[in-house]
Ligand binder design. Sequence first.
Ligand SMILES: *Cc1c(COP(=O)(O)O)cnc(C)c1O
Length: 433
Amino acid sequence: MEVFGNGISVNEAGHLTLGGADAVSLAREYGTPLYLMDETVLRQNCRDFKDSIDRYYDGNGLVCYASKAFSCKEIYRIVKEEGLGADVVSGGELATALSVDFPADRICFHGNNKTTEELTMALNAGVGRIVADHIGELQMIGALAAKLGVTARVMLRIKPGVDAHTHDFVRTGQIDSKFGFALETGEALAAVKAALATPGLTLCGLHCHIGSQILDIEPFVHTAEVMLGFMAQVKRETGYTLSDLNLGGGFGIRYTEEDDAPPYQDYMEAVSQTVRAKAAELGLPVPFILIEPGRAIVAPAGVTLYTVGALKEIPNIRTYLSVDGGMTDNPRYILYQSRYEFVIANKATEPKTATVTVAGRCCESGDLLGEHLPLQEAETGDILAVLATGAYNYSMASNYNRVPRPPVVMVKDAVPRLIVRGESFSDMYRNDI
Ligand SMILES: *Cc1c(COP(=O)(O)O)cnc(C)c1O
């Protein structure tokens, strides 16, 4: 029998299980499409990152869950309970986190174009770190902080110029990126000087994030070296010692057996060694470290279930298997040709002898979830499971074609509970006038 890992297994009925719960029964109970999340896997991933900072960096750091990967109240509650911080990139994510009393001092607020309203909200809430992305924003934060009578703790987003070997749309460390200040051009040093000269701000450190779904350790190590080098330059040229270093997220996960993802601890072990060694070499105090895993925390905990509808065989070309969801609940294939593992949940022990293209229900030929996939022989009415969909699925979902977003069910020790209600048709036109 196939071993799936991440709390996913097969029961005596030959059905796929997640966290001990039968996926076919869950599909019957809650309907499809359905997002499932396994709480045990989610918490374990939080702990793995936290433990790695404790073990390799004497606990001198904070894991901030990058909540754009999956933002809803219950996820913030769990992440809070696990002692992590959170990253937010919008007023909406910040409001959701604050709605469950997420400790504001453990929140990092990012984004390349935050609005005055969002920055005001962050300053009023006492957000621990605001990551400034351009000079105008530094001035805006300073002015708002003065007006509100608070001091803003600010980090600067730096482009370290490291190639992360990943998809173009998720590479963010290179000079041609909309995010942050470039090192090579002197822009980053000018920004540090501007921040130090702006009243109302405390410059607590630097931030970088080189991309997403990165499967090598080397780009992270290289980034840490570059950032420490820049911290030393800042000290030399301004006399100022930056206390915090935020190394971002982007840790890759195993979507299919082709992805060779290192264990999470290995990143932290390598990066910790580099940061310590470089700090010693450059005569800097060892910085407080932040890391921002998003995908790696939630993706492996998620599974999406669909009901198989139309099957269309085009002789000598391909067989389309259509499901009752698609790009509206998972736009990652149409965006990045992302690969996933697919299983017919009610035939999980059967061999994958068919080859199919899984199509969604939207009026777009590109609305696919995968092409030329090995799968069990499927019939209309079967339940199709897509694995490792916990990140950037629910959070990127849309109402295109006025398709309501599916509910989210959290499973813990085989017991399911609804954490996000599915949308109704009236939710589709609720705000229409
Ligand atoms: C998206 C993002 C992350 C998380 O990336 P993952 O690949 O999900 O780990 C972390 N930090 C910043 C600034 C981001 O934009």
